[in-house]
Design a protein around this ligand. Structure first.
Ligand code: HEM
Ligand code: HEM
Length: 221
């Protein structure tokens, strides 16, 4: 019998949708000219709030959103790459490649937002942490933000999009629908992620608190 199981709780799905929109927004605003840099910085700060939230949700969130349920062990990665597991999906949460790529994206996005807070565009806009840094530290952060972080994110997100489309069209394994609906079907009995009013309110409260702290202590203007 096939069971429909809640895998991605609403907070994780909203995190993902908001993250994709904000990153697109950050890339667009930075190319629109100097007047848009404040909005760029603010979008980057909300991105940082999302990342901090996701790290908390990786501990307290639904079963499959928790990092301890990610398939990260090198043995899992090697056997996933060796066996024909691509064709016969055996992971209900993130598979080993998905687990590592999620962590890598979260880590690089955190670095991108943090380096942005320490960057100066040498025109009108600078991140709020530049107040506390030396010229050479600001130069270093701006270099990372523009010359390392930017291409790294383009490569990671490009690979991410290629992978989900490859799974869908080549391997006939749709990962996108579950990221939208939250549900996956499974032949075996596996744990479902808790996703009720209480957990959603907890997520909302946690995210609102992080946004408040970041915008209070690091005003981007
Ligand atoms: C994860 C979120 C972010 C992304 C994806 C992002 C992306 C980018 C990109 C693509 C550029 C253009 C680099 C270039 O073409 O030279 C840029 C420049 C810049 N960003 Fe961000 N950014 C983010 C967060 C932030 C934050 C939070 C701030 C500050 C509050 C910030 C401040 C700046 C500054 C000052 C520049 C100009 C740097 C320079 O001219 O060297 N960014 N950002
Ligand atoms: C800037 C754009 C994007 C970024 C930064 C991004 C980032 C991420 C991250 C961090 C995760 C891990 C989710 C978690 O555990 O919290 C993820 C998962 C996922 N993303 Fe994206 N994403 C982007 C765009 C997209 C788009 C446009 C699609 C759909 C076409 C998509 C489809 C998916 C799917 C299906 C998963 C789950 C993969 C799995 O089941 O292992 N993503 N994404």
């Amino acid at each position: 019998m096939t069971n429909l199981i809640k895998i991605w709780d609403l907070p994780t799905r909203l995190f993902h949708g908001a993250l994709a929109l904000l990153i697109a927004g950050a890339f667009i605003t930075v190319n629109l000219g100097d007047d848009w840099m404040t909005l760029h910085g603010q979008m980057g700060l909300v991105t940082l709030a999302l990342i901090v939230f996701r790290i908390c949700w990786g501990v307290f969130g639904g079963h499959w959103s928790q990092f301890r349920n990610f398939a990260l062990h090198p043995r899992q990665v090697i056997s996933y790459l060796k066996v024909s597991s691509f064709a016969f999906p055996s992971y209900i949460g993130h598979n080993p490649l998905g687990s590592w790529s999620a962590l890598l994206m979260i880590f690089s996005l955190a670095l991108q937002a943090l380096s942005g807070l320490c960057s100066d565009d040498q025109i009108l806009f600078k991140g709020p942490l530049t107040l506390y840094l030396s010229e050479s530290q600001i130069e270093w952060a701006s270099f990372y933000h523009s010359e390392v972080g930017q291409p790294l994110l383009i490569a990671l997100i490009g690979t991410h999009l290629f992978a989900v489309l490859f799974y869908k069209y080549k391997l006939q394994h749709d990962l996108i629908k579950p990221m939208l609906s939250g549900y996956k079907s499974s032949d075996s009995v596996v744990a479902a992620s808790v996703d009720n009013l209480k957990s959603r309110l907890l997520a909302l409260g946690c995210f609102a608190f992080i946004v408040f702290l970041l915008f209070y202590f690091l005003p981007v203007q």
